[in-house]
Ligand binder design. Structure first.
Ligand SMILES: [Zn+2]
Ligand SMILES: [Zn+2]
Length: 229
């Protein structure tokens, strides 16, 4: 499967037959509200010109569930399917095809088996996701704090753990928390995210160094980079 990182929490997962888009933030909605929140990098035209089979959201914060991005997607694909927690649905009321997901919900699409997982965040409906594809298990943490039982409720030894972290603000993991979670679930590979587009964010060096101490592989894609998992 090919995965493209879109900056912040956005990813495209594509196996040539099915294309899943996760938490796309393609507008400048935050910059329109606050002058110090303008996006730093432009959206790539190729992302806007592709077709998707499903758009998944982890929670309702605007850099994860962005109504302007959804309007762009619907302009091209009016029947596109969306799925995510009820908090995301609440800000996307006009979406014609939205499936509400709660922890434990399963969605099968082509070769993708998706399961909604817990995330402990300031949006109380926030979710993480397990995505199993051709024998590989991927874990997307979404925005979450590290609570003591989180590791027991998400996949153990995932082939890749996509771990969301920032400076530890807004009920999110910081780099140390993300390293602890990676160790507790014994992730075979860590891909850190939730930075890159917005000013004042974290950079991955601290987390990379902590993972190196664990001798745990870590991959930090460049903005817009496509890689295989
Ligand atoms: Zn959030
Ligand atoms: Zn976030």
């Amino acid at each position: 499967m090919k995965i493209t990182w879109l900056g912040e929490s956005g990813f495209i997962l594509d196996d040539g037959k099915t294309s899943v888009l996760l938490d796309p933030y393609w507008s400048d909605a935050l910059g329109e509200r606050r002058a110090d929140r303008h996006r730093l990098l432009p959206v790539k035209q190729e992302w806007l010109e592709r077709n998707y089979d499903l758009v998944l959201f982890t929670h309702a914060h605007i850099d994860h569930t962005d109504p302007q991005t959804v309007q762009m997607l619907l302009g091209r694909q009016p029947r596109l399917m969306f799925a995510g927690p009820p908090s995301s649905h609440a800000v996307l009321k006009d979406c014609p095809c939205f499936f509400e997901l709660y922890e434990g919900a399963k969605v099968t699409l082509g070769a993708f088996a998706i399961r909604a997982l817990p995330a402990i965040h300031s949006d109380r409906y926030a979710l993480g996701y397990e995505i199993v594809h051709e024998g590989k298990t991927l874990y997307f943490s979404g925005d979450t704090a590290l609570l003591c039982d989180l590791a027991a409720r998400v996949p153990h030894q995932p082939d890749a753990a996509f771990l969301c972290f920032n400076a530890g603000v807004g009920k999110n993991m910081n780099a140390q928390d993300a390293a602890v979670l990676a160790e507790r679930i014994d992730a075979r590979l860590v891909i850190p995210f939730h930075y890159g587009i917005l000013p004042g964010g974290v950079t991955p060096e601290e987390l990379e160094a902590l993972l190196m101490k664990q001798q745990r592989p870590c991959f930090t894609p460049a903005y817009g980079e496509t890689f295989e998992v």
